[in-house]
Design a protein around this ligand. Structure first.
Ligand code: SAM
Length: 189
């Protein structure tokens, strides 16, 4: 997750974040060097306490106040319509109930609030998609519950977001079934 090409994507996805931001699947804080200067407080949702411990010095170095904001994206103990933006990088593949997590993000965002994301998922090429279907049952248990076949834009729109920008591509250097990428922005109406 620390490779240089991923860092370039992190920088693009975090650009323009502002105000109070909820990051779901905060991990070890690898996005923190890229939070835009307009971010006032980062609310981190992350089940792994080890991840949070590794992240704390990383985030402090970047002068963005960090608030731990719970252990699971599916049930946010955060107020409704309180946040300016939400962020998810390579996390929606892993959350068991991704629909619930996206509904929660929608709930806590203010109207007009933005959702910045980069995720991998279902590939449009039938040959690659077939491999994804075959590999996923073996991959999921060894990869922390990571799904390969989620159709991210459909899932995001079904939750009630409007997608404004979407870039899709196979991530260079990644095997195609693992690397079909959805990078974009959405907002709450
Ligand atoms: C592949 S990692 C990505 C971490 C980080 N976003 C990054 O870009 O480096 C997926 C993250 O999702 C977290 N996660 C797993 N289940 C979750 C859940 N139900 N709610 C929120 N985060 C979850 C994992 O602990 C892990 O940190």
């Amino acid at each position: 997750m620390r490779r240089k090409p991923l860092r370039e994507v992190r920088a693009r996805v975090c650009a323009g974040l502002r105000g109070d931001v909820v990051e779901v699947g905060f991990g070890t804080g690898l996005n923190s060097p890229y939070y835009a200067s307009g971010v006032t407080t980062l609310y981190a949702v992350e089940p792994s306490q080890v991840g949070m411990r590794i992240a704390t010095p990383r985030v402090e170095k970047n002068d963005v106040p960090l608030e731990p904001a719970g252990l699971t994206g599916e049930r946010l103990d955060l107020p409704t319509e309180r946040f300016d933006a939400a962020l998810s990088t390579w996390t929606l593949c892993t959350i068991p109930n991704v629909d619930a997590a996206l509904s929660e993000l929608l709930r806590v965002l203010k109207p007009g609030g933005t959702f910045h994301f980069v995720e991998h998922g279902h590939a449009p090429d039938p040959g690659v998609a077939r491999w994804q279907d075959r590999i996923e049952p073996f991959w999921k248990p060894i990869a922390g519950g990571c799904h390969l076949t989620r159709r991210m834009p459909e899932i995001i729109e079904k939750a009630g977001f409007t997608i404004d920008d979407l870039d899709t591509y196979y991530f260079k250097g990644e095997l195609k079934p693992f690397g079909y990428t959805y990078e974009g922005r959405a907002h709450k109406n």
